[in-house]
Every structure is written in structure tokens, then in C-alpha cells.
Design a protein around this ligand. Structure first.
Ligand code: UTP
Length: 297
């Protein structure tokens, strides 16, 4: 099997309950860090890694996501008439070529593993990436690109991994490490959301994966796992038992958990501070509120 990765699945069919009431009508992936929706960061990262086919697993109420990738002829005409070329360029970068993007429905939120399985007919017999747009990773070289380069050497299955505080293991898939060779870690097992006292390590799986089609075969007969959901972690772990290696890749970069309110706010501040047009005002504001709160103490 070739190790060239050109397809990516974006599972975005979750309910986004941590952001209710906003997510009652706005898909979580459309929420913006400064002025770009979360999904745009994921698409840009995928493109940088050489992805040319983008498969979204969506659900009821996600039509704003489909509209986002469409041309908006009325808006474009207005901007053209007003000579707003810079804004036109900004819009242009969000358009997808015809046929590059596909939408599949997950009819019931049965879990991440089930969402990925819903896209099986569009994958065929080749490796593919899975990207969770609510994990936003700021990195000099985009995270998926780092992984695609490493995957060309290793093959097998690869998951992005990072160390988390030992008391936080129950929020993540956790690697059972067989061999730790610097950036790449070979796993002998994976456990979804273990209690800290049962966790085999504190190396957590983050929302970037490169997998072979065998994981999709495993999902054909998957049963409910942790939290009563069909877990992607379980299907990847099954591959280890079948002799397909699974590697954790310690990416270089800073990951923000934009599926949580605290992570989303931290990402907003961090991305705003990275912008020339916002840095000075925001820094002044942050310094002021820190000084005021210190004075009040
Ligand atoms: P989360 O665990 O963050 O769940 O899913 P969620 O529904 O998005 O958010 P909360 O926890 O209710 O606030 C991780 C990723 O898996 C997708 C989600 O859309 C998100 O990108 N997912 C999860 C699905 O596509 N389908 C599912 O059945 C579950």
C-alpha cells in the first residue's frame, strides 16, 4: 500500500454540548478564533500536508459549515464593486474546488469511531488522515505535515500525542508505550479515558491521526466502548493485536483544546497576540486588567 496521504476525514457530527446554548444553532467548527472559523485552521493544515480530498462527517444543523465553503456571489460582487481586493483574496482562500469536498451524514452521534466509519466508502484501499477541528495546533511546520513526513518512514497507523498532567488522563485516549524513540513512540496498546490510577502512561492522543484501511475494517464490528460510544481508539488498538504497528508522534507545536471553553479562550488570546493588527491593543488591555486585579487583592 502506498504511504501517500491525500484524503482527510473531518468528523464534525458531535453535539458540541460544552458550548450550549451557542451550538444550538452554530456548529462548533464555525466558531471563530479572531476572524477565522476553527474549520479553516484545520483545512489550511490539511492542505499544507498535501491533502486534496476533504471528507466531512456532519449531522443535522451543520448547514452553516457547508455554506462556509461555498462561493458567495452577492458578497463577492459587492466587494469587487467597492474595489476591496484584499477582502476578495481573503474570501478566495476559503473556497474549495468543485469535487474536492464531500459531506457524509452521521445520523446519530454514536461516537468518533462510528463517525469515521461513516466515511468508509470514500476512502477505499489507501491511508487517510483524520483531523478534529476542535484541536487547534499552532506550529511552525503544521502538525499534520510533520506526521505525514514521519508516516512515510514508518507506515502502520500514527496518532499525534502529547504529555498531559497525570490527573487528566480520563479526558483522553492514552498510549501504552512499548518503545520510546524520541519523537516517535511505538505503542503496545491504547486505552480510552482511563482513570489516572489505571492509565498506562500520560501520553495522550490528540486529534490528528493517519491510518490504514484496516482500522475501517475493525470498525465494521466495533462495539460500544468508553462512555457508551464507538471509539476510534479501540479500533486502532485492535490493529496492534493484528500485527499492524501503531506509532505516537510527539508533534512540535502548541495544542489548544477548542472543544472546551477555557481552551477556546486561551487560543483566542494566543492567536490575537500573534497578529500585528491586534497585538499592541490587546497587550495593553491584558496588562491593565492584570494590574487592576493585583491592586484589588
Ligand atoms: P467531542 O468528544 O468533543 O464531542 O468529539 P462533541 O459532541 O463535539 O462536543 P461535547 O463534548 O458535546 O461538547 C470529538 C470530535 O468527534 C466528533 C466531534 O464533532 C468532534 O469533532 N464526533 C464525536 C462525531 O463526529 N460524531 C460523534 O458521534 C462524536
Amino acid at each position: 500500500m502506498s504511504r501517500k496521504v491525500t484524503k482527510a476525514i473531518f468528523p464534525v457530527a458531535g453535539l458540541g454540548t460544552r458550548f450550549l446554548p451557542a451550538t444550538k444553532s452554530v456548529p462548533k467548527e464555525i466558531m471563530t478564533l479572531v476572524d477565522r472559523p476553527l474549520v479553516q485552521y484545520a483545512i489550511d493544515e490539511a492542505r499544507a500536508a498535501g491533502i486534496t480530498e476533504f471528507i466531512f462527517v456532519t449531522s443535522r444543523g451543520k448547514s452553516a459549515l457547508e455554506d462556509y465553503f461555498d462561493h458567495n456571489p452577492i458578497l463577492e460582487e459587492e466587494l469587487r464593486a467597492k474595489g476591496k481586493d484584499k477582502l476578495l483574496e481573503t474570501l478566495d482562500a476559503t473556497n474549495m474546488e468543485s469535487g474536492a469536498i464531500a459531506y457524509i451524514r452521521q445520523h446519530k452521534a454514536l461516537g468518533l469511531g462510528h463517525a469515521v466509519w461513516c466515511a468508509r466508502r470514500l476512502i477505499g484501499d489507501e491511508p487517510f488522515a483524520v483531523m478534529l477541528p476542535d484541536d487547534v495546533i499552532a506550529a511552525e511546520k503544521p502538525c499534520l505535515q510533520q506526521m505525514v513526513e514521519a508516516y512515510e518512514e514508518t507506515g502502520g497507523n500514527m496518532v499525534a500525542t502529547m504529555e498531559v498532567a497525570p490527573e487528566r488522563t480520563s479526558a483522553y485516549g492514552i498510549l501504552d508505550v512499548a518503545e520510546n524513540v524520541g519523537t516517535v513512540v511505538r505503542a503496545r496498546g491504547m486505552v480510552e479515558k482511563p482513570k489516572p490510577e489505571e492509565a498506562p502512561s500520560n501520553l495522550a492522543v490528540i486529534g490528528r491521526y493517519i491510518m490504514g484501511p484496516s482500522v475501517l475494517y475493525n470498525l465494521n464490528h466495533m462495539k460500544k466502548g468508553s462512555g457508551g460510544e464507538i471509539q476510534l481508539t479501540d479500533a486502532i488498538a485492535e490493529d496492534i493485536g493484528n500485527g499492524v504497528p501503531v506509532f505516537g508522534y510527539r508533534f512540535k507545536g502548541q495544542r489548544f483544546d477548542c472543544g472546551s471553553k477555557a481552551g477556546f479562550l486561551q487560543a483566542t488570546v494566543s492567536f490575537a497576540l500573534a497578529r500585528d493588527d491586534l497585538r499592541d491593543d490587546l497587550t495593553r488591555y491584558l496588562n491593565d486588567i492584570v494590574a487592576t486585579s493585583k491592586a484589588a487583592q
